[in-house]
Design a protein around this ligand. Structure first.
Ligand SMILES: [Mg+2]
Length: 229
């Protein structure tokens, strides 16, 4: 077993789980670039002019951040548009088959799973229902509607998910540097999921306490490492 997983999982009763990456590829069917395009078109149709900087942005979540920084009054509408498009994307998202053993291991060892994501909670809820996973997830914490500043690397969503649970009982699993940064800011260790070449080094450099290239060893470790102190 990856020795770094032992301290990251022992005594951790609450598993905070990023959505896009560990659970599924949200934009595998409806691509991120297509969602960004449709988002611009919907705003244009509503009479909003689109700046050249917004035209260049192919990541819809980054586009939402750009829009809200430039025009805070447009944040709520842009977020609502994106939420609808993400919900369409969630219908076509590609499942990560290795997440089920992770969820089974968490439930089997009495751990609580909370999904913490920059995606819209509505889209995540739809996906979890689609895959029959709602019974294994205690709560979904998506970005705060109309407040893209709540997104990771801000610790806000993680802190919201943790509630009264002390950080020493929590671990976060994410596939992006911003996840590691958000975990650090929330005082929670992050296990990096390096699902693409080159990610492992970036996640390690960002401060991930352990890095796995597959979720299956993580599922095994969750099963064999006690969640109780
Ligand atoms: Mg992710």
């Amino acid at each position: 077993m990856n020795a770094a997983l032992e301290p990251a999982l022992r005594g951790r009763t609450h598993v905070l789980l990023d959505f896009d990456g560990p659970v599924c590829s949200v934009f595998a069917g409806l691509s991120a670039a297509e969602v960004a395009d449709r988002m611009r078109q919907r705003l244009r149709d509503a009479g909003q002019s689109i700046t050249p900087e917004w035209e260049e942005e192919n990541d819809p979540l980054a586009l939402l951040s750009r829009i809200s920084r430039a025009l805070p009054g447009l944040a709520e509408q842009a977020d609502a548009v994106l939420t609808e498009l993400e919900t369409d994307a969630a219908r076509l998202a590609r499942a990560n088959p290795d997440i089920k053993p992770v969820l089974d291991a968490c439930v089997g060892t009495g751990r609580t799973v909370l999904v913490v994501s920059n995606n819209s909670g509505q889209a995540i809820d739809l996906y979890l229902r689609r895959e029959g996973l709602t019974g294994q997830v205690e709560r979904v914490v998506g970005r705060v509607p109309g407040e893209p500043a709540s997104m990771k690397p801000s610790p806000r969503l993680l802190l919201d998910a943790m509630g009264e649970t002390v950080a020493a009982r929590c671990v976060f699993i994410g596939d992006a540097v911003r996840d590691v940064e958000a975990g650090h800011a929330a005082g929670v260790p992050t296990i990096g999921y390096a699902n693409k070449p080159g990610k492992a080094a970036k996640l390690t450099a960002a401060g991930a306490v352990a890095v796995v290239e597959s979720l299956l060893p993580l599922a095994d470790a969750l099963t064999s490492i006690d969640s109780h102190l």
